[in-house]
Design a protein around this ligand. Sequence first.
Ligand code: TXA
Ligand code: MG
Length: 331
Amino acid sequence: MRAKVLDVRREQDGQALREAARLLREGRLVVFPTETVYGLGANALDGEAVLKVFEAKGRPADNPLIVHVADPSGAERVAFVPELGRKLMERFWPGPLTLVMPARDVVPSTVTAGLSTVAVRMPAQPIALELIRLAGVPVAAPSANLSGRPSPTDAAAVEEDLGDRVEMILDGGPTHFGVESTVLDITGERAVLLRPGGIGLESLEEFLGYRPVLPGAGEAATHRSPGTRYRHYAPKIPLFLREDESVWDKVEPWAAGQRAYVGIRPPLASCAFIRLFPDVESYARGLFSALREMEKSGARVIVADWPDAARVGFALRDRLRRASGGSSIPE
Ligand code: TXA
Ligand code: MG
């Protein structure tokens, strides 16, 4: 099977979206753009369809999926929404905020990985919203990459990973945020930040009146947020963080022709492949595609700038930290 790639940006008659919606209703897989990254969608009420998502990605079965809805009432269908949830939706939806809430029985255990909670979000992407509306069902969707690879921020990256594993890819152009949604658990007394993302910590803190709890490392934390157990966003070549300028000594063993650099500040050593961004938002937007490009450029090592933690910088730091896991000097 080779995926049908349909550019839906200038579609006038809605034909492609209707076909995609029909596929979803029939229990098949459709990749669609969101404002964060591309999602690999299946009917969230169809346990068999959801299983195919895990197969296509090679995703561990104990890592639950996010359910995408077209409006807050869609969330009520799959979750018991607490008062705080309603208020958060009013303020941040549509947008990159995923809420973890107690799940209703209609949600198959394949979606929740057997947990009693379900993660729900309403994306701020007209194509995604229209697709969910037309499908008439909530859509379970992880990022549309092979498990462990950087999330796809354009249709070409999706094709690279899943081109022969899904039926249809809706091309909506490059995504706006480039990092995934913020995941907030609101089942307890205090909101817990399970994954930093497109909605910054400052905005949440201002709204909640307190800083959401950041789960520390260790057993308890990984239990609450299964996704954090796995190595994510990994490029195929080692990646070093420019937390301070000693990074340039660390990449000394590689020739300039083998070095790549991505970030906001210019590099302090010569690098054959350089991708510079004017601010933290565009760095976040472009990071994942830069990582994929760099692998293909023939580079053997990547140095990544360490951004300020403000706004989306907090999520960017998280992704960079994960991407750097396992980096080591060549022997
Ligand atoms: O921006 C996004 O969130 C993208 C787009 C496609 O919407 N989706 C995405 O999905 O990043 P995924 O599957 O790559 O990440 C989902 C995260 C994982 O860390 C998972 O563990 C967590 O959400 N999650 C899902 N359901 C959960 C639950 N019931 N309790 C705790 N964490 C949950
Ligand atoms: Mg993912």
